[in-house]
Write a protein that binds this ligand. Sequence first.
Ligand SMILES: [Zn+2]
Length: 282
Amino acid sequence: MVQRERIADHVYVFRSAMYAQVNAGLVATDNGCILIDTLPYPQETLEIAQYVKERLRSEVRYIILTHSHADHVYGAYLFPEAQVVGHLLSRELMIRQTRPALIEARQRSATLSEVHLRMPTLLTEQEATIRIGDFTLSMNHSPGHAPDVLTVYVREEKVLFASDTVMPVPYFINGNIDDLRRSLLVIQDTSPVEDVVQGHGEVLLRGEVQLVLKEQLEYLDKLEAGVEKIYESGGGKTELDAFEIEQCGISRISLNGLVQQLHRANAYFLYGQMRRREKQAA
Ligand SMILES: [Zn+2]
């Protein structure tokens, strides 16, 4: 069962129980609903569709896909009536990466056999605004986790959907650590904010947002310094594997322990980058 939370009068969050606690958001207005991302497995996204139809007696008019990754976009085909909004780069990345990966995933998993991608057709680059009913949704380019990430700020409800720019551990192996730092700083400055919906995991409340963002920025600094030290002292796999997430100030328990794997992937990614840079410079 999808976990449903009503975080403001007109804003809901649906959290996947099947995959990495992905969050989809819903803004319900008098002129229809806007869905922010979908859930990876059709049966979970169908629970959202059912809720909109039967409980809200409404329909989804727009879907904003915050980036091209499978866990956020697979469900869009279940809302054929909705227009799909996304970053210009998402379209390209979906064609180049998400689609071929889906073809493989469909062969492995019967539950995905019906899934087909819907590409965004309303495209944004830096920022864009949708006004629907009494609500204003501002989309902002937020690269780092991936090059195409968009955040969505619902002005009237003071809710920020931060997509995977904010997760229980910052994760950038498909993007870039410096971009992610800058994007986290932008989120730090977003105001006023009552809730920040992370791409995965629990919703952050006003009282904890700044603390979490500070921890995330510190994580990136400590991670980079730690990997640099390993690299410069001639260390490798053994040292990287022994470099724990707690040494960078983040607990390993979130997302049922998945954060530890993400942390390790970050460390390897940075190490590889340092090695490539040195080779290029030589
Ligand atoms: Zn994700």
